[in-house]
Design a protein around this ligand. Structure first.
Ligand code: ADP
Ligand code: MG
Length: 379
């Protein structure tokens, strides 16, 4: 039996759901090239308290955004009429559901989140996935997790207008506690890879630089277009199809030097995902460190999406004895990850904080990331 919607404004709760943010261990800017990624879910979640209503109204409120609840008429939802504020993420999910033939009678949704927003930890996917899961459960839509992720990506691409890949939504919807998710973004094949760093005396620090450079969205679009130009120049449907062994030959066929660097990042980054998977499966977690640092150099020098603050986290942490570090997420600010011996973790963290203080930069926020479970119903 589905939950029967109430008349008009609802005062009762039909349920509570949670969806996590994520860090991406390796595989950056590969998800819109049909490539490989390896995120894991954070313990930080966006929680949605949801009650259905039957009057075609979507009433949205977030404890994390000042202001009164916002009421939208379901019949008015249209990408051409988006508001440009946070409610587009939720409205986009409901619009994408309707567009796929799944009708929602109306809902009151209240959000509360511990995922830092705009920090490269995917608060947007957490918001979308928790909305889609709650509505799918309440309306008995029977959507499986990969389908929910695709629907949320559609909401973000077509309604919010952000041309993101499929990684963030899949991570939030499909990750499992204690595991990283090896995802093939072409066919969405998933493999849960045991990832218990603590058992090996290791820690993964997330360093949120708390900066977001404003040109990031335009630059993201340019990188996407450049990757498509690279694939076209090489006669493949996506850069995923360029094997690492054929990289030098492929680079010789790309004339534009900027596009050539983008191609080199994507092809080597896909190979790095494979190397990290190999180390993780072999239980050789320490060997992952240098691969992360190599990935950072590629994002900094070839893909050109790093920034001074992210470079500083990597330099300071590696100089202080970390096994490896790299920016994570889209870049131009946001967060970096640092793999370190657990016994050195506080020294490494202090070295990063000192490096920022020495340059009079805003103090970053640090926390230890342990792979947590994906989206779920709480009550
Ligand atoms: P990221 O996904 O890396 O956190 P994005 O720019 O993709 O960064 O998404 C951040 C945006 O998502 C915020 O600016 C806001 O519009 C929306 N958002 C995320 N979490 C919440 C929340 N709990 N309440 C309201 N809006 C949120
Ligand atoms: Mg996002």
């Amino acid at each position: 039996m589905g939950v029967r919607p109430r008349k008009g404004r609802s005062v009762m709760t039909d349920g509570v759901w949670a969806a996590p943010g994520r860090v991406n261990l390796i595989g950056e800017h590969t998800d819109y090239n049909d490539g490989f990624v390896m995120p894991f879910a954070l313990p930080h979640t966006t929680v949605a308290t949801v009650a259905l209503r039957d009057d075609g109204v979507l009433r949205l409120h977030s404890a994390d955004v000042p202001g009164d609840p916002v009421e939208l008429r379901l019949a008015d939802l249209d990408p051409g009429r988006r508001s440009g504020d946070w409610t587009d993420y939720s409205a986009g999910v409901v619009w994408a559901l309707a567009d796929a033939g799944h009708s929602v009678p109306g809902a009151d949704i209240h959000y509360e989140s511990t995922v830092p927003a705009g920090a490269g930890l995917s608060s947007s996917a957490a918001l979308e996935v928790v909305t889609a899961l709650a509505l799918s459960d309440l309306c008995e839509l029977g959507l499986d997790r990969p389908a929910l992720a695709r629907l949320c990506q559609r909401a973000e691409n077509s309604y919010v207008g952000a041309p993101t890949g499929i990684m963030d939504q899949t991570a939030s919807a499909c990750c499992e506690a204690g595991h990283a998710l090896h995802l093939d973004t072409r066919d969405l094949t998933r493999r849960q890879v045991p990832f218990d760093l603590a058992a090996h005396g290791l820690e993964l620090l997330v360093v949120d630089t708390r900066v977001k450079h404003s040109h990031s969205e335009g630059e993201y679009g340019k990188r996407r277009a450049g990757c498509e130009a690279g694939a076209a120049a090489l006669g493949v449907s996506a850069l995923r199809d360029v094997p690492y062994a054929a990289l030098d030959e492929a680079l010789g066929r790309v004339e534009d030097p900027e596009v050539r660097r983008l191609v080199r990042h994507v092809v080597t980054e896909n190979a790095r995902v494979e190397r990290v998977i190999g180390h993780a499966v072999a239980g050789d977690f320490r060997s992952i460190g240098p691969v992360l640092t190599e990935g950072h150099a590629s994002l900094r020098d070839d893909f050109a999406v790093s920034c001074d603050e992210l470079d500083l986290v990597v330099e300071a942490s590696v100089a202080a004895g970390a096994l490896g570090a790299r920016m994570t997420g889209g870049g131009f600010g946001g967060s970096a990850i640092v793999l370190t011996e657990a016994s050195r973790s506080s020294d490494v963290g202090k070295a990063v904080l000192d490096a920022f203080a020495d340059r009079s930069l805003l103090a970053p926020r640090l926390f230890t990331a342990v792979p947590a479970e994906g989206a779920r119903r709480l009550s």
